[in-house]
Write a protein that binds this ligand. Sequence first.
Ligand code: ADP
Length: 496
Amino acid sequence: MVCANKTHITLLFLYSIIAILAMWGLVSQSDNLIRIPIAIWTSIGAVSACGAMLEILIILRTRSALRTMKEQIKRMSKNSQVGLVMLEDQWPVEGLAGILNEYLTMIHKKMERLAHQQKELDLLISAGAADQQNTEAIIRSISDAVVVVNAFAELALANGLAEKLFGFDVNRDKLNPISEVITDRRLIKYLLPERWKHHLEPLKIEYELIVDGSKRFFNVTFSPVYIQGDKLWAIVMTLDDITHDRELVEMKTEFVNLVSHELRTPLSSIKAYTEMLLEGDITTQAGREKFYKTIADEADRLDRFIENILNLSKIESGILSNNFSLLNLDDALARTIPLVEYIAKEKSVKLEYTPPAEQINIWADADLLKQAVLNLLSNAIKYTDSGGTVILTATLDRTDDTYRISVKDTGRGISPSELSRIFERFYRAKSAGAKVSGTGLGLALVKKVVEEVHQGRIECESTPGEGSTFTMIMPIKPAGAAEDDSVVQEQETVKI
Ligand code: ADP
């Protein structure tokens, strides 16, 4: 409600006095008493008219002031700003304008304070988001699988390795109860915050998990993270895959057993056969020849085994000097056939050799090349059942000046999961069958001879139950080969 100010009341009061005085002037000077009521009514009319005009003025001014204030407030709200209401003349709403401006000033100050707080909050949020991103980036870059559980037993963070191991999706499962994300009881009991309420040291356990059908071993560490003294903030679980280390230890133990077996078996039969010969137990020439042959075979086996170990360690330690000579490829390969022919015959495996279509000379380390080819041939015969076929082939590729030596068999083949590992030292594929003896060194040496000595590459294609093809692809003239073009004739005495 708008009220008239002092001037307004004073004016009204003055008009009223003038009207009354006029009325009394008329009354005192007039003899005609009829004029008195007219004067009174005229005075009342004048006072009322003045009052009404004043009221109309007040209403008009109030309406215009309110309109101005409304427009200004509308503008402020449109611009999301708070300022003061400005009127040219505040009468008759100076009271309202004053209160409104006080109120607006208070809101303005509050808004300023809020804007300041908002800015601080934004800064904190962006700092928090940057921290979170940094933490996530660090966790993603760790080579172990990592899972972080918050104090509410929910999944907080994890990296791709952990997602793969446990089959969850961190974006989808974030902040889900960890017991729903990881269901393995052996782990979950260490991931619940209740277990870590009191300040405890990290804990390590060993854990096995079947991944893609094969057993994997992990060293799992659970580390509680405390803040402000004893307040549990998170539990970090890291899984270090130790499968390879385990296998290496197992393979080394197996290798020691194999080495002693591979050394002892031929030695004891050589010893036994020699003793029988010396004691004259074998009376017929044919019998003696059979014994001599067995002794020679066992000595060969021993020799090949020792050669493999020695050459492998020589190549690995880098002490093998470059021993390239120019060889005729056909000659070099043809000479390996008689050295394994007898084993193939004994096993009733057909052995074939397809020489290169044209005569070519290659620079190679004669002894190592021969040993690599013999390893491939003896493997092919060893892992092929009787009635099967082994074919040695050599081809030339003039486009990149390389030659290929491949050994193809119709044997038992190698499973795809084992194919990637057969060139590792001491590795023996389970699909090869436990009955076949071996050391897991033959292919490791072939790979070293091809890649490190002859700067080539080795490939293997295999279908379980159908057979395998090993192919050595090597440059005709590897870097470091001498310029001397005279072909070296190989010695017949090279041992396998
Ligand atoms: P080993 O002394 O056991 O034969 P290698 O290093 O020569 O060792 O071979 C490694 C493994 O690769 C073997 O144990 C065998 O499982 C597999 N392998 C090699 N050659 C063949 C082949 N021709 N056919 C099937 N399996 C093979």
